[in-house]
Design a protein around this ligand. Structure first.
Ligand code: AVJ
Length: 312
């Protein structure tokens, strides 16, 4: 029990207030629940970004291809690559000289992509990398010195508080060279009710998605969480644009994780995840602060979501 997962869980549940890191949502069961979420109507971000990719495929891919020189198309947090598949297909059909390098924290995801993509997208040149974003970005850079286009889709950047996202953008810029490009999907501020419904869906998929992390701790870290003793609670603050989710302890209880005893008061919360929403102006400010030029952005017809092009 000295994995990073174990250390982070013990540190998070040992602090006041308690918190867990949402990057650990994605084991095989979590990947499946997230897929269910993506096909749920109330969870709008996927549909919005899908609309952008299907309605503006050529424009997006032309921006990526630039003057036509070879490039590495690196995707941070690739998931099942459903969304990027639209772009990949166009790039292959148009004889773009690129290799696709999906990076994901889930080894389940990466081994699946390595097997399925060559079948669904014949002719694709794929190298999947399983690990943390910047570790894998360094690995990718060591493998080739071609121009880099880094995709960071699905508002994954929203799972960081604003200051961390800004720091992340700066760090990303430091890993890139002039001419390299970032293509980043960002969820925009909109009706608070619409946002909240996406993170508090009526079918309870988001609830299962959050509770799965407790199941995962039970499975992998010898925990004994009684899942029924926790409820999901989501809030959206239209002022800051932060959507936050919590698990609430329904009783006073003791839980073991490995050999560590964790005490919960009744109504005590575990902070689980932030999904930050931005204004368009804020996204451009972030790009500039990080040393990028925000050269273009693509949006869906409702203006709920943007995919921005940031040039290094
Ligand atoms: C992983 C960023 C796409 O924050 O919207 C979905 C994860 N959490 N529902 C998001 C998530 C709860 C999701 N992303």
């Amino acid at each position: 029990m000295n994995s990073q997962f174990y250390k982070d869980v013990i540190a998070g549940l040992g602090s006041t207030p308690k918190h867990l890191d949402s990057k650990y949502f994605y084991d095989a069961a979590g990947d499946k629940l997230f897929q269910d979420l993506m096909s749920c109507d109330e969870y709008y971000p996927t549909n919005c970004e899908m609309e952008i990719f299907t309605s503006q495929t050529a424009e997006i891919c032309e921006a990526m291809m630039g003057n036509g020189d070879a490039f590495d198309l690196i995707e941070l947090g690739a998931g099942d690559a459903t969304k990027s598949s639209h772009l990949l297909r166009y790039l292959i059909d148009n004889k773009a000289d690129f290799s696709y390098m999906p990076i994901d924290i889930s080894d389940n995801v990466i081994s699946l992509l390595n097997i399925t993509l060559p079948v669904t997208l014949p002719g694709i040149n794929i190298t999947g990398l399983n690990g943390e974003y910047f570790d894998m970005l360094k690995k990718a850079a060591a493998m080739s010195n071609r121009r880099k286009v880094v995709m960071f889709l699905g508002s994954n950047i929203g799972n960081m508080p604003v200051a961390d996202a800004q720091e992340f953008a700066k760090e990303l810029r430091r890993h890139l060279s002039p001419g390299d490009m970032v293509f980043v999907g960002i969820d925009l501020k909109k009706s608070p009710k619409t946002v909240l419904a996406a993170y508090n869906d009526s079918e309870g998929i988001t609830k299962q998605f959050n509770l799965n992390l407790l199941h995962r701790i039970n499975r992998e870290l010898h925990g004994n969480f009684n899942i029924d003793n926790f409820d999901h609670y989501a809030v959206y603050d239209p002022e800051t644009g932060a959507c936050r989710s919590y698990l609430i302890s329904l009783t006073q209880q003791e839980v073991m994780v490995g050999d560590k005893l964790i005490h919960f008061e009744k109504d005590e919360y575990i902070f689980m995840e932030i999904s930050q929403k931005y204004t368009m102006a804020q996204t451009e400010e972030m790009a500039i602060q990080a040393g990028f030029k925000a050269t273009a952005h693509f949006t869906d017809s409702k203006n709920w979501f943007t995919d921005a092009v940031w040039l290094a």
